[in-house]
Design a protein around this ligand. Structure first.
Ligand code: ADP
Ligand code: MG
Ligand code: MG
Length: 249
């Protein structure tokens, strides 16, 4: 599904990604771990097409198609979903109405008609039930006064509704309490299927107690320096990132 070949990327002439190779197949969950500043968020930005980063070398293929020339919106419409690290508050716009607009914008961009209201309601109901989201939550103003857990609930709900092929979840190090971790984990576990894939970026091993990845990659100084199974996350937790730093040296 996703094939990244020798990606190099820079910001303001500083090279941050220094030759990343990664292959993600349908049905797989990949975790990307690594110390702060390693380039994890840069990698997610480069996959989703954030224009702040300049890709200087390499290619990013989704189902055999090179994404390089596509805007973030076009990539989203091809089925790439990125969780929002800094969600916007939109007072007066409910979670449901925001979602309806997002779905219909996406359909429009793909040359499809708006989703009929009855179908939309049915889908919202079905996904909300799947994720244990109550009605009251759906009518709240987007992100206004949301707790960390509620922001995650909203993100996972968006992911459920948009049904992306490839979901990239970049979990920041701060503000994720156990409650929020469980919401993310339950959501990912319920939404994963043989047809989609998840790339989970995290600084901490804890999230991987709830989501069992098929592969764990360690990103360090702009390169993937180690790849393994779920046991690699445990090893990292035990030995710390200094272990990686020393073995790279
Ligand atoms: P991680 O997510 O692994 O903590 P990042 O991808 O956020 O790492 O950052 C990698 C490096 O790139 C850091 O040294 C960071 O300071 C730098 N960096 C990231 N974004 C920018 C930016 N917009 N401008 C300048 N430097 C940046
Ligand atoms: Mg960081
Ligand atoms: Mg980051």
């Amino acid at each position: 599904m996703l094939k990244i070949n020798n990606i190099h990327a820079s910001v303001e002439d500083k090279e941050i990604l220094k030759g990343i190779n990664l292959e993600v197949k349908a049905g797989e969950v990949h975790a990307i771990m690594g110390p702060n500043g390693a380039g994890k968020s840069t990698l997610s930005s480069v996959i989703t097409g954030n224009e702040a980063f300049e890709v200087t070398q390499g290619e990013i293929m989704l189902d055999g198609e090179d994404l390089s020339e596509l805007s973030p919106e076009e990539r989203a419409h091809k089925g790439v979903f990125l969780s929002f690290q800094y969600p916007v508050e939109i007072p007066g716009v409910s979670v449901t109405n925001f979602m309806k607009t997002a779905i219909n914008e996406s359909r429009k961009a793909q040359g499809l008609e708006e989703m009929p209201a009855s179908e939309m309601l049915k889908k919202i109901k079905e996904k909300a039930e799947l994720l244990d989201i109550d009605r009251k939550f759906l009518s709240r103003s987007l992100n206004e006064g949301f707790s960390g857990g509620e922001k995650k609930r909203n993100e996972i709900f968006q992911m459920a509704m948009l049904e992306p092929k490839l979901a990239i979840l970049d979990e920041t190090d701060s503000g994720l309490d156990i409650d929020a971790l469980r919401i993310v984990a339950n959501g990912v576990n319920k939404l994963k299927s043989k047809d989609n894939a998840v790339v989970l970026i995290t600084h901490y091993q804890r999230l991987l107690e709830y989501i069992v990845p098929d592969f764990v990659h360690v990103l360090y100084d702009g390169k993937i320096v180690k790849t393994g199974g779920k046991e690699l996350a445990l090893e990292l937790e035990e030995k710390g990132y200094d272990w990686i730093k020393n073995s790279v040296k």
